[in-house]
Design a protein around this ligand. Sequence first.
Ligand SMILES: C[S@@+](CC[C@H](N)C(=O)[O-])C[C@H]1O[C@@H](n2cnc3c(N)ncnc32)[C@H](O)[C@@H]1O
Length: 371
Amino acid sequence: MERDADEVHAPAETSPESDAPAAPSTSSTINDSHQQTPPPQSPAGHEKSSDEDTEDQGDGDNETATASLHDDDSTLGEADYHSETATLSSDILRYREENGRTYHSYGSTEHWGPNDEQAMEQQDLSHHLWTLVLEDKFFLAPVTNPQKVLDLGTGTGIWAMDVADRYPSAEVRGIDLSPIQPLWTPPNCRFEVDDYNIPDWGVESRYDLIHSRELLGSIPNWLSFLSKAFQALKPGGWIDCAEPDIHVTSDHVQLPDDDPNQQWVKLFREVSVRSGMTFEPATQLKGWLEDVGFVNVTEKIYRVPVGIWPQDPKQRTLGLWNQARLSKGMRDFTERRMRNFMGWNDDEIDVLIARSRAAVHNSNLCTQQNL
Ligand SMILES: C[S@@+](CC[C@H](N)C(=O)[O-])C[C@H]1O[C@@H](n2cnc3c(N)ncnc32)[C@H](O)[C@@H]1O
């Protein structure tokens, strides 16, 4: 894409198409210090950071850690590769344990997904599916040689590492609430603990590509989030957002009235309202991108099978991987939200998950999902 001097372009897997850039209205302060992620290991293995004394004055909950880190250590801003704050506060590493799973402790908002080994495997399955869908591309934005790349909510960091490998001259940065990324990364890739829901990222005109994927249910204010990304992009830079539509439907079969796929959507609409973080950004992203001033917005929707019902080998492979990631992720997507926002008990949750998994494996339903 050609750079326009005064425009920040913003594309997406939803990518945009208007001509009127309107500068978003976030202010910026550049902050140099950051928390670099260490290898995933037990909290006891980590050095205490310089701010920890301050943080420990509170009750050790994440609000205390968050306040301190936001004041001093936001990493979305300037890079400082020689920072001396390359240790993590033990508060960040003291994961929350709920029902045998672990969850992040850092951040201004609560993410629905666990951050343990099982969740990481699920994220990597998902990455494989997206990569198959995009036919071995990692983004659709027409950026041919990205130099400064930011991956928001990087998860296991697999996307960021793949992009760093493919573009060795690029500097790729992934941020997440959970320091679950590997220690050994391509030399041009780095991971940091940070929160994209803070009011001000403290960065302006820095990146030529910003990527976000599967952040549904984790953002209270998408317009604010996208405005901050707009601000963080260089003029002419691109954003590439990839979100799954949570509706699993069928073009071939009339789904039964009690289809768990539909029940799940209804429940997660209610969870979206109660948590204040929508699980349905996919269908709204294009409008939001335009609303905050992005231009050349293009939306690309892939209709992907769920399961191995298609005859076509390529579609069948996509369906297999989609089935695998949904089946493996069903508990991760569901458990915390249903317990904490809907007040469901273990049995109710188990039944919902079992029924939803069975539906994902029911090839007679010939189901599909938009990515
Ligand atoms: C479903 S995972 C997707 C991971 C990755 N983007 C991918 O597609 O492989 C969502 C990720 O967003 C992270 N996340 C949620 N809220 C966040 C926040 N406020 N700031 C930074 N990361 C956040 C979670 O910790 C989790 O790793």
